[in-house]
Design a protein around this ligand. Structure first.
Ligand SMILES: [Zn+2]
Length: 280
């Protein structure tokens, strides 16, 4: 491409911006990569359209007068290339294509003294499978309400340590990639809800330790792990900023830290996106 052609192409990319089509939520959250978020415009309608991705309900928000957007979570296994969002509104059912780009994630090697946290025995495996099922059900929940906000407050004020998506090797054996974001903060630090929600899980898990799930509505779910204390009970309605627990090192943790997951339409996505700390 000639120099002139490049300039022309770059100028053309700016046209939608000039038209004022990109709203605040899209500018903040639209990072369409594996482990990221795609914000897809659904057009203008009076009633909110329904949107589905890979069979899961998708969050739909109003942005601007009568303009609707879908906020789609893309899990780490989402391949690069074209994806389709299914939309149902007054005009019927249609598919909206959108593009997913690539993202490379780093590897991390972790030494654990407790070998059962690398290879659990059969009884521990049964326990883990039971706990896993319970957590998967909480992630799949979709309430037709909320959320109070999609741009989130940090649940603790601290340094970000392990990023989302790291490929992890425990004592040399590869396990699941890092499904959340870690904050390096001292034990006892209060953890605050980043948005209004309902507490759907309060449990002490084999890997995740003392864990709280918050359901913010429309499939927007957050999880807090390795806590030392709980400050909420299951079923409780909580407000943005409310203390839900304290940082600890329970479960599979090498030291005190907060592990934080964010999920949309049952896809675990990079929490850094929601606190304006995403690194491409
Ligand atoms: Zn973690």
């Amino acid at each position: 491409m000639t120099r002139f052609g490049f300039i022309l192409a770059a100028g053309m990319c700016l046209l939608p911006l000039g038209a004022g089509a990109r709203g605040y939520i899209e500018r903040m959250l639209h990072h369409p990569v594996p482990g990221g978020v795609a914000v897809v415009g659904l057009g203008i309608a009076e009633a909110p359209p329904k949107a589905y991705f890979k069979g899961n309900d998708v969050m739909v928000l109003r942005e601007g007068a009568g303009h609707w957007i879908a906020v789609v979570g893309l899990d780490l296994k989402t391949p690069k290339g074209a994806q389709r969002l299914v939309v149902e509104d007054g005009r019927g059912r249609r598919e909206i294509p959108f593009q997913v780009g690539a993202k490379a994630y780093a590897s991390q090697h972790i030494k654990l003294k407790n070998q059962s946290h690398v290879t659990p025995d059969p009884e521990q495996t049964r326990r883990f499978e039971r706990e896993h099922k319970e957590q998967m059900a909480a992630y799949a929940n979709f309430r037709n309400t909320g959320p109070s906000n999609v741009i989130l407050d940090k649940p603790v004020d601290g340094r970000l340590s392990s990023p989302f998506g790291l490929r992890r090797f425990f004592n040399g054996e590869e396990r699941n990639a890092h499904s959340g974001l870690d904050f390096a903060v001292p034990a006892g630090t209060p953890v605050r809800a980043p948005a209004d929600g309902v507490v759907t899980i309060v449990a002490d898990y084999f890997f995740n330790g003392k864990t709280v799930f918050l359901d913010h509505g429309q499939g927007f779910i957050t999880m807090y792990c390795h806590l030392s204390e709980f400050q909420v009970t299951r079923g409780q309605a909580i407000k943005r900023g409310q203390i839900i627990g304290n940082v600890g090192a329970t479960g599979r943790a090498t030291g005190p830290h907060l592990h934080w997951n964010v999920s949309l339409n049952n896809a675990r996505v990079d929490p850094a996106i929601f606190i304006n700390a995403f690194k491409p």
